[in-house]
Design a binder for this molecule. Structure first.
Ligand SMILES: NC(=O)c1ccc[n+]([C@@H]2O[C@H](COP(=O)([O-])OP(=O)(O)OC[C@H]3O[C@@H](n4cnc5c(N)ncnc54)[C@H](O)[C@@H]3O)[C@@H](O)[C@H]2O)c1
Ligand SMILES: [Zn+2]
Ligand SMILES: [Zn+2]
Length: 381
């Protein structure tokens, strides 16, 4: 029997409070209102940003909420005035919306979009209310405009993109955050060119995706810097030419001088994919004088600040940042999916584990395991 226009009771993982395991339980998901879409989530993965918000240090992390922002599924029903997707479409939830009409979207300068930003940060839909309730009718907050840790979710129509049904749900779930973030930062934000030298700090899903973007552009040197030697083989597999573990440097060396020596004066591009502000400084200072650019991707803990001597910038190094790899989710995702289909963009290789949805807390534990990249959850189990 169709649930169109009616609430759906389904299983979700609720974060009731910071630093506590999620509770897998039944919730009620209301039907979508105007310009909203209800999605049956098929696959979802856990990203560090979910763990960051669950830890309670994210000012936008509100409880109780349904976390999750890497997910794909099927459109179950649409609210009034939705024209970009139809029932049955296969879609990726987008935490970086694209309305095509706001000042940001029209600028041609950024992938940030202002259309749902204010309400998204408050854990509610654009009308200021939630579509999630517990069995007693108490509201449960949304998260990053996605909330994929539920069998059903409701998102704004500007916060999803349809993809060709020949592509499966697992890789498309991963394209919802980490892989797109790193790959986009390399090919869009930095716009790496053939022959450029690149250093990537942190070889998680994000950093390794920067590596593959740099490789696809023909970078001449791609140096991965990571404290964990387990990341060495992966780095080479994704296209790195060198791997440096800062813990293994000689007493006389530091990571900045080592990188400058390896590249005859510094790198054309460096990327922070760790979220550590000391690493961010090193990444900037390892850039080549006159033109080197350092791109911050990692999310630092609340209240942290970055520092360097102004002379580093006076002498031509550039500090930049990148959210979701600078990729416009609705108009540019199709290109990334083509790169995946042609083999230029590896995605399946990031899946280091699969679990039933009921094991979601174990999937969070996996994140702390150095050999984990992404654990994919199947919401039907
Ligand atoms: N800007 C965005 O849009 C965006 C999107 C997704 C994720 N992120 C952030 O990107 C970062 C990376 O995400 P991930 O999923 O790849 O994380 P991850 O934990 O899987 O990978 C981080 C890697 O950094 C390494 N590392 C840690 N400290 C280091 C140090 N001092 N020097 C060198 N290496 C170090 C770790 O060993 C690990 O391999 C996180 O901060 C995440 O929150 C940002
Ligand atoms: Zn993420
Ligand atoms: Zn917009």
């Amino acid at each position: 029997m169709s649930a169109v226009g009616k609430p759906i009771t389904c299983t979700a993982a609720i974060a009731y409070e910071a630093n506590k395991p999620l509770t897998v339980t039944e919730i009620v998901v209301d039907p979508p209102k105007a310009h909203e879409v209800r999605i049956k989530i098929v696959k979802t993965a856990v990203c560090h940003t979910d763990a960051y918000s669950l830890s309670g240090v994210d000012p936008e992390g509100l409880f109780p909420c349904v976390l999750g922002h890497e997910g794909s599924g099927i459109v179950e029903s649409i609210g009034a005035d939705v024209t970009n997707v139809k029932v049955g479409d296969h879609v990726i939830a987008l935490y970086t919306a694209e309305c095509g009409k706001c000042k940001f979207c029209l600028s041609g300068k950024t992938n940030l979009c202002g259309s749902v930003r204010a309400t998204q940060g408050k854990g509610v839909m654009p009308d200021g209310t939630t579509r999630f309730h517990d069995k007693d009718g108490k509201p449960i907050y949304h998260f990053m405009g996605c909330s994929t840790f539920s069998q059903y979710t409701v998102v704004a129509d500007v916060s999803l993109v349809a993809f060709d049904k020949s592509v499966s749900f697992e890789p498309t779930a991963l394209l919802g955050c980490g892989v797109t973030t790193g790959y986009g930062a390399a090919i869009k934000t930095a716009n790496i060119q053939k022959g450029d030298t690149v250093a990537v700090f942190g070889a998680g899903t994000v950093g390794l995706s920067v590596v593959q973007g740099a490789k696809s552009r023909g970078a001449s040197k791609i140096i991965v810097v990571d404290l964990n030697n387990d990341k060495k083989d992966w780095s080479f597999e994704f296209g790195a030419t060198d791997f440096v573990n800062p813990k293994e440097l000689k007493d006389s060396e530091d990571i900045v001088s080592k990188l400058i020596e390896m590249t005859d004066g510094g790198l054309d591009f460096t990327f922070d994919c760790t979220g550590n502000v000391n690493v961010m400084r090193n990444a900037l200072e390892a850039c080549h004088k006159g033109w080197g650019q350092s791109i911050i991707i990692g999310v630092a803990a609340a209240g942290q600040e970055i520092a360097t001597r102004p002379f580093q910038l006076v002498t031509g190094r550039v500090w930049r940042g990148s959210a979701f790899g600078g990729i416009k989710g609705r108009s540019e995702m199709g290109g990334l999916i083509k790169d995946y289909q042609s083999g230029t963009l590896k995605v399946d290789e990031f899946i280091t584990g699969r679990r039933p949805f009921t094991e979601i807390n174990a999937a969070f534990e996996d994140l702390h395991n150095g050999s984990c990249l992404r654990t994919v959850l199947d919401t039907s189990t």
